[in-house]
Design a protein around this ligand. Structure first.
Ligand SMILES: NC(=O)C1=CN([C@@H]2O[C@H](COP(=O)(O)OP(=O)(O)OC[C@H]3O[C@@H](n4cnc5c(N)ncnc54)[C@H](O)[C@@H]3O)[C@@H](O)[C@H]2O)C=CC1
Ligand SMILES: O=C(CO)COP(=O)(O)O
Length: 340
């Protein structure tokens, strides 16, 4: 593994988070090339230094963008950051497959597909060892970070030196990276909190208040932690930035696409209408059934996730979701881990 300081990075995906993260890297002193598939969007970033994904933000003048994927390799980056929605990873990364094994790869993606977390899917698609892929996850709403509001995140790799190297590259002062070796814990935190945010959003859309929201957040953390422990994650991760930190942020902000998707369902919109109204990808919609399937495979009870799956896939209303969760048998407080 190379140990020199990372000075050049390419970011693949010019949506809200990819563009914001590209700005973070510019602010951290790197030379950055941002790739996006839409030539019009790229032209605006290069010429006017704005993006439709980040209203009110003026992007750094030294942030260069391209819609030509071949330029990503010509740029000779030491780090390749992936910020594509989980549903499009394979399609977007295929042109780079087999050509990036010497680079640090970074996943910003919060998703799960057929039992595979994004670090696995990205490594598989790019044909690199999974240890090359570092995961970044935390309470990181793009709009706030683009405005350079202080925030922290977790940079996770099983090889701590890789996590350190990537953390150094994205330390922009206002954006403070913490380091972890618990890759699976960070990925579970990132994907499962989106599903809980759909439920909290739905409750909010129905006009329900803080008690209901806190109940869902707390019991949501219990089921996320149960899944994490069953899959070998470190329980402490769920009490950190990539766990409770990201969960509370996503479950309480109008900037969150998952929360606002749920809120629209709570107000009576159909799934299709709520998708149409979304300002960007709501990963919880794509991944809720995959999270539930993984939980079932591992004998883990995730009642809120199960109720969300029925809303997204089986036409259940937000009111039905509430009735069903309240009608469950009485339980002990806490995480309730089933020890074998
Ligand atoms: N926005 C945020 O605050 C944060 C987002 N994330 C995660 O980052 C990932 C990306 O999210 P955002 O940038 O916010 O999404 P977004 O919805 O703002 O933008 C997605 C971008 O991907 C592009 N795209 C879609 N399909 C593509 C394809 N087949 N090939 C190439 N480009 C394609 C779209 O054109 C769009 O520019 C998601 O997994 C999300 O959960 C993580 C932390 C914060
Ligand atoms: O992951 C996020 C904040 O950390 C972004 O949340 P949304 O994808 O719901 O906008």
């Amino acid at each position: 593994m190379p140990s020199e300081k990372i000075q050049r990075a390419a970011v693949v995906g010019a949506g809200a988070w990819g563009t914001t993260f590209a700005q973070v890297l510019c602010d951290a002193g790197l030379e950055v090339l941002l790739w996006g598939r839409d030539p019009k969007l790229i032209e605006t970033i290069n010429e006017v230094h704005t993006s439709k994904y980040l209203s009110g933000i003026v992007l750094p003048e030294n942030l260069r963008a391209t819609s030509d994927i071949s330029q990503v390799l010509e740029f000779s980056p030491q780090m390749l950051v992936v910020a594509i929605p989980s549903s499009a990873i394979e399609q977007a990364l295929l042109p780079l497959a087999g050509q990036v094994s010497k680079l640090e790869i970074v996943s910003l993606v919060k998703g799960l597909k057929n039992g595979h977390f994004m670090s696995e899917l990205i490594a598989h698609t790019l044909q690199v060892p999974q240890a090359n892929v570092t995961v970044i996850s935390g309470p990181n709403l793009a709009g706030e970070i683009a405005a350079r509001q202080p925030a922290a995140t977790v940079v996770a790799n099983q090889e701590i030196e890789r996590a350190q190297r990537v953390a150094e590259a994205c330390d922009a002062g206002y954006f403070r990276p913490y380091i972890s070796t618990d890759v699976i814990g960070c990925e579970i935190g990132g994907v499962a909190k989106n599903v809980i945010a759909l439920a909290v959003g739905a409750a909010t859309g129905m006009g329900l208040g803080k008690n209901t929201q806190s109940t869902l957040i707390t019991r949501g953390l219990a089921e996320i932690t149960r899944l994490g422990l069953a899959l070998g994650a470190n329980g402490e991760t769920f009490l950190g930035l990539a766990g409770i930190g990201d969960l509370t942020t996503t479950c309480s902000s109008q900037l969150s696409r998952n929360f606002t998707f749920g809120e629209n369902i709570g107000k009576g919109l159909s799934v299709q209408q709520a998708l149409g109204a979304s300002r960007g990808v709501a990963e919880g919609v794509n991944s809720c059934d995959h999270v539930l399937a993984l939980a079932k495979e591992n004998g883990v009870d995730m009642p809120i996730t199960e109720a969300v799956v029925d809303v997204v896939h089986n036409n259940h209303s937000a009111a039905q979701m509430g009735e069903r969760l309240l009608g469950r048998p009485r339980k002990m407080d806490g995480v309730e881990i089933q020890l074998a």
